[in-house]
Design a protein around this ligand. Structure first.
Ligand SMILES: [Zn+2]
Length: 258
């Protein structure tokens, strides 16, 4: 056996030993409800059942589910009525109560044990987008909010996707230039006003996106006001294509009634 192979084998033995030790110290629990489960970084059966994964047939642009499969690329009524600034969006699951709990625990409670699970889901839901992607750009937080949460969950997701797919992530392309009120409880029009002019492409990073296929990474898409604002500045700065990949999307039934 070569020295390299021996090293790899030794590393793998160590990983197993460490994982077993970690299991003894910190028994695996569900990422959402903390119920005991068999292995780390997963959900228990009942939480998993609460996740409504978004599956084809999908609107080509918005990525929302369509009521039936036409067998060819199809646009939802919402995408035709108000075409988005971005090119295509895909999200892992509908914004159900379980997804809300899952994302909140990731966002506010420093629980990063769900990261590898989220990354796997995002890579699967965004496979079409990631096949064409040249750069991943996370939606930024404003500095003071970043400080209070200590990390930007969208940046963590983008880094996770980078590790899995090799598509580079650049966390310095977009900046949030002012603090915006929380979008919770605002109407669609208020959300749009709230984020208008709130994002900028860093002058020093503009060269990184010129002519590129960019995938914007966010945790939740609600009305789409934030991703629209980000896509607008990215396109203005010369991005050839801006797709959006998110963990969750609020899907209103009215959005896909034809
Ligand atoms: Zn659970």
């Amino acid at each position: 056996m070569s020295i390299e192979a021996t090293k790899v084998e030794a590393a793998s033995v160590w990983r197993t030993v460490l994982r077993t030790a970690a299991d003894l110290v910190l028994p695996p629990v569900c990422v959402v409800c903390r119920a005991p489960i068999v292995s780390h970084g997963l959900l228990c059966g009942s939480c998993f059942a609460g996740i409504d994964f978004i599956a084809p047939p999908l609107c080509t642009r918005l990525g929302v589910p369509l009521p039936y499969d036409t067998g060819e690329p199809y646009l939802s009524a919402a995408a035709i009525a108000a075409p988005p600034v971005y090119d295509r969006a895909r999200a892992v699951a509908r914004y159900s109560q379980t997804m809300r709990d899952l994302i909140q625990s990731f966002k506010y409670r420093d629980r990063q044990d769900g990261l590898s699970l989220f990354t796997r889901w995002l890579v699967r839901a965004g496979s079409d987008l990631l096949a064409d992607a040249e750069l991943l750009v996370p939606v930024p937080l404003y500095r003071s909010r970043l400080w209070s949460r200590r990390f930007n969950q969208s940046a963590l997701l983008a880094r996770g996707i980078e590790n899995d797919t090799g598509v580079p992530a650049d966390c310095f392309v977009l900046r949030r230039t002012r603090r915006t009120a929380s979008q919770v409880g605002l109407s669609a029009a208020q959300r749009k006003r709230n984020v208008a002019g709130a994002f900028k492409v860093s002058a020093s990073r503009a060269h990184a996106i010129a002519g590129k296929s960019v995938v914007l990474v966010d945790d939740v898409i609600t009305t789409g006001a934030t991703i629209e604002a980000c896509a607008r500045v990215l396109k203005r700065a010369g991005a050839a294509r801006v797709d959006v990949l998110a963990l969750s999307r609020a899907v209103e039934p009215a959005a896909f009634v034809l």
